[in-house]
Each structure stands twice: as C-alpha cells, then as structure tokens.
Ligand binder design. Structure first.
Ligand code: ZN
Length: 227
C-alpha cells in the first residue's frame, strides 16, 4: 500500500502518548526528551572494580519506557524497535566516553565490542529473540561498535523478578561463560542489557568477560529503577 494511504487511514502516532508524529515507528519529540536520561549508576565496591568504564542507564525504568520494554519483551512487539533505537541512540550520545570517541576509541586501547546479556537457549527458543541484542545492535552499529553475542548461559535460571538481592546473586552465580573461540583478551567490552535492578546479572557477566581477558568493561542498560 502507498505510504500516504496508510498514513491517511492510520495516522502515525507516538506509541507512548498517542500524539501525532511525522515518522512512523518513532516516539514524539516530547517523549524522547522526557525519557532520555543517561546517568551513571552508583555501584558497590566489587562492581566498581570490574566496571572500570562504569555502568550507565539511558533512562529510568518507569512509565512510558517501562511499557515499551515490556511490550517488546513479553508481547514480541518488534514494531516498537524503531522508537527504542532512537531512544538508545540519543541516550548513548549522552554517555561521555562513547560520544567523545564516536566509534573510534571508546575506552581502553582498542575499539570496543558490545556483548548482549544472553538468554538461556530454552528461553531464546520460546521468545524467538534476545531483546538486549535487538535493542542495542543498531544504535551501537551507528557508533561503529560491533555487537558480538559471545556470552552464554550455562544453565537455566529462574526469573530474577521477585527474588531478594541475595537470592538474585545466588541465582546467577557462575552462570555465564564466554563462548569457546571468542577472543576478548585486551579488548574493551561493553556489556549491554535491557534493565538493571540489583546488578547481579551484570556482575556475573563482567566476571566471565574479565576471566576471558577483557582489558576494560563498561555496562550499558536501557533502563534502571535506580535514578
Ligand atoms: Zn509521545
């Protein structure tokens, strides 16, 4: 169908507030402005040592952003990715060590590689996609940072949701490993996830990545409940 007919019948609307927008699959300017809030998260000592590049959240896990992430993850609404990509792109521009470098050097001495937090193969099969990979691959590519899904889960875990901080740590302890043949030695690695709550998952990923010889580690999440 011609785009103009489609636009006439179904005017493009911001998926968050419903306001009319010029380009389909994006968010309106007001929503982007309201929801893009890149901020460096406070970390405990162990996280601080591992994440020498810090952990950054691009927005706060509430209202509109929470809905978009949930609808993608649990309803498989991939049509929301366009808006999420523009959100992530705007957020990454607000992370100093990335925006200064613009894809040449982010931190460390090498061009960085982005690694999504993996799902267990059973979960991946059930969902059909890894949301963290879908959310970040394109915006990182814009910065000429390639995404390599080299982390793997060695066993299934129960969802972190509803567990205490101590239970979360135990649930994911030692669960991640770097795929055989992947070479992270001496490289700057950006671990990317959709949401950070206590940081237990990111911590375990960072341990695996450091164990594989990464020279520097940074964490980027689309949203965190921590402001
Ligand atoms: Zn809006």
């Amino acid at each position: 169908m011609f785009d103009w007919i489609l636009d006439f019948l179904f005017p493009p609307a911001c998926p968050i507030c419903g306001r009319y927008i010029e380009q389909r699959d994006c968010w309106c300017r007001e929503c982007v402005k309201k929801l893009v809030r890149p901020h460096r998260l406070p970390l405990d000592d162990e996280m601080n040592r591992l994440f020498d590049g810090g952990v950054w959240a691009l927005g706060v896990y509430e209202a509109g952003l929470r809905d978009m992430l949930r609808r993608l993850k649990y309803e498989g609404r991939k049509g929301l990715l366009g808006g999420l990509h523009s959100f992530v792109g705007a957020g990454l521009a607000g992370v100093p060590s990335l925006s200064v470098a613009r894809g040449v050097k982010a931190f460390g001495d090498d061009s960085p590689v982005a690694v999504p937090v993996p799902l267990h193969p059973d979960r991946l099969k059930e969902r059909g996609f890894n949301q963290s990979e879908l959310i970040f691959r394109e915006p990182f590519a814009e910065l000429r940072i390639s995404m390599e899904p080299v982390l793997m889960r060695t066993r299934p875990t129960v969802p972190q949701f509803g567990l205490t901080a101590a239970e979360r740590r135990e649930n994911v302890q030692g669960v991640f490993k770097v795929a055989t043949g992947a070479d992270l030695s001496g490289r700057a690695v950006i671990i990317a996830d959709d949401i950070m709550t206590t940081g237990a998952t990111l911590l375990e990923c960072a341990r695996a990545v450091r164990g594989a010889g990464a020279a520097g580690i940074m964490g980027i999440v689309a949203a965190s409940g921590r402001k």
